[in-house]
Ligand binder design. Structure first.
Ligand code: SAH
Length: 225
């Protein structure tokens, strides 16, 4: 976990209060069913306050989504934890594709655990901020691009795991085409107010989904902004 040893104490944000807030968050995640030590360890150590606007830093270790500008949000820690657990459950994926970089937090969590992370964001301003955070944290194993991620990122396919962090009515078949045969795809699916977090794996010739929980994500939108 070199990422963490490279951080300055300031970037780690580990004052007494910071550490206590993080410990409370981890205790809550455990209560809410997050059990994977590897995931809990990353969420304990990765400074989420660096992924939110300075005015919201004091709330960064609450188990809640927070605004990041452009009408988007950084996902709730429980959601990040649950998705990450599902993505690494069978094996640690070597190559992961994320659709919806947003603040960059989910990508950074994955970059600690996986060798290669690819992430696509349609809003250029958000992507620029996320890249600045990756640099600041010394994270060098994330490739990112400004594009409509609904059709994935064919250039580096196949991926061992794909995660969508914005909700569509369905998952585009292009994404399944870019998934390795033993791969896993995690995505929020459904209309606002009725979204389910689904985990797809191959069963014979078909991709079968099971539900990880009820969720509330921002919508998956078309085009580039
Ligand atoms: N993973 C992010 C969550 C950000 S919210 C985090 O950890 O902060 C979801 C993001 O998906 C938003 O930034 C939104 O702009 C982006 N998004 C929505 N539709 C998209 C699309 N078609 N392609 C790429 N990104 C998309």
């Amino acid at each position: 976990m070199n990422v963490f040893s490279r951080l300055t104490p300031e970037a780690q944000g580990l004052g007494m209060t910071g550490q206590r807030a993080r410990d409370r968050l981890i205790a809550r995640l455990k209560e809410e069913g997050i059990a994977d030590r590897r995931v809990l360890d990353v969420l304990t150590r990765l400074p989420r306050h660096l992924f939110v606007e300075p005015a919201l830093e004091s709330r960064a270790y609450e188990d809640t989504a927070l605004p990041i500008g452009h009408a988007q949000t950084i996902s709730q820690p429980w959601v990040v934890a649950r998705m990450t657990e599902a993505l690494i459950e069978a094996k640690i994926p070597d190559k992961v594709l994320e659709i919806g970089t947003g603040s960059g937090y989910q990508a950074a969590v994955l970059a600690v655990l996986c060798a290669n992370v690819y992430t696509v964001e349609r809003i250029e301003g958000l992507l620029r901020e996320a890249r600045r955070r990756f640099r600041k944290l010394g994270i060098a194993n994330i490739r990112s691009k400004n594009d409509d991620g609904r059709i994935g990122w064919a250039e580096f396919a196949p991926y061992d795991a794909i995660v969508l962090t914005a909700a569509g009515e369905e998952v585009d078949s292009a994404l399944f085409d870019q998934l390795a045969p033993d791969g896993v795809l995690v995505a929020p699916v459904g209309p606002a107010g009725k979204q389910k977090l689904l985990c797809y794996r191959r069963d014979g010739d078909e991709w079968k989904a099971h539900t990880l929980g009820q969720v509330s994500f921002v919508p998956l939108l078309g085009g580039v902004a």
